[in-house]
Design a protein around this ligand. Structure first.
Ligand code: GLU
Length: 297
């Protein structure tokens, strides 16, 4: 982490951050690490934490996972200062943001399937395939094709990550024109999160390094939907399984409820998260009250 003096200068008075889990599984130790960064930094430097349930993926979101998020966070002692509306209630805001982009000629209907895009970009193996702009000039009927993409011009986006320092990304070569609504009419993560961060006045986004490559396009989208003061970003390291893969519940990793059911105390689980995050050197139980000291030292 950067020196505390440098870090604290980055936060305006009464700044706001968010913790934004998707209710598509139970919370695991990786979420606890993320929460530890979000609440720890907010409590150390006078920020407010908003809890936002990111249920944009209607096919995978489940009410029991949503309840699990609230229960597990409460058990661990992470209390939000505010709870944002879940994304399923925000359709009108996303539609208004898209309508403004369309009115400005910055969005267009898309008829491509995933399979076609994979074939066109000639790459089935990369983590991310770049949309080659097939439907850009096609003047498709917007009523018949509900999917929409937003034009990504070729400029570079640069930002100063509060932990990693200077970053450069070129969204047009990473992903091409960003999908904002898919073929089923669902809002995408990239768009929903950008509109939410704007409307909920998020000043600093604290999240895992797995989302670092999305930041350039989110900054671009934010500008395009009229956000004049972009958020700052801090991407924290991810914890990994013993085999080096990203920790996820589906891989049978440490679920918070399993740890709870197995008789661990919340302090012990916080201690495990702090150790996994590299914030402490030795395994020991910790408390929420001790978190700020992990950052402001
Ligand atoms: N909902 C995302 C996740 O669960 C986090 C999004 C973000 O922090 O921008 O990974």
């Amino acid at each position: 982490m950067r020196a505390v003096k440098q870090l604290s200068a980055a936060f305006p008075q009464g700044w706001r951050t968010r913790f934004a889990p998707a209710p598509t599984g139970w919370l695991h130790l990786g979420h606890a690490v993320s929460a530890l960064y979000v609440w720890g930094i907010a409590r150390a430097f006078g920020g407010r934490v908003l809890l936002r349930v990111e249920d944009h993926d209607r096919g995978r979101a489940r009410p029991e996972y949503e309840r699990g998020i609230f229960d597990d966070l409460a058990w661990l002692g992470f209390e939000p200062d505010e709870v944002a509306p879940p994304q399923r209630e925000r359709g009108a805001a996303y539609a208004a943001a898209l309508a403004a982009l369309e009115a400005a000629g910055l969005a267009y209907p898309c008829a491509c399937t995933r399979r076609e895009i994979g074939a066109l970009s000639g790459d089935f193996f990369n983590e991310e395939s770049r949309y080659p702009g097939t439907c850009r000039g096609r003047a498709l009927d917007g009523a018949a094709h509900v999917a929409r993409r937003v034009l990504m011009s070729d400029e570079m986006e640069s930002f100063d990550d509060l932990r990693l320092g200077a970053q450069w990304q070129v969204p047009s070569s990473q992903c091409g024109d960003v999908l904002v609504r898919d073929r089923r009419g669902q809002w995408t993560y990239q768009f929903a999160v950008t509109v939410d961060d704007r409307d909920q006045a998020i000043d600093v986004v604290i999240r895992g390094e797995d989302l670092l490559s999305s930041t350039g396009r989110q900054l671009r989208l934010a500008q395009m939907i009229g956000r004049t003061e972009p958020p700052r970003y801090l991407h924290h390291p991810l914890i990994r399984s013993a085999d080096g893969s990203k920790l996820s519940k589906s891989a049978g990793d440490t679920g918070i409820r399993e740890l709870h059911a197995a008789g661990r105390t919340s302090g012990e689980v916080l201690g495990m998260a702090a150790l996994a995050a590299g914030l402490v050197d030795t395994p020991r139980a910790t408390t929420i009250a001790e978190l700020p000291a992990l950052f402001a030292r």
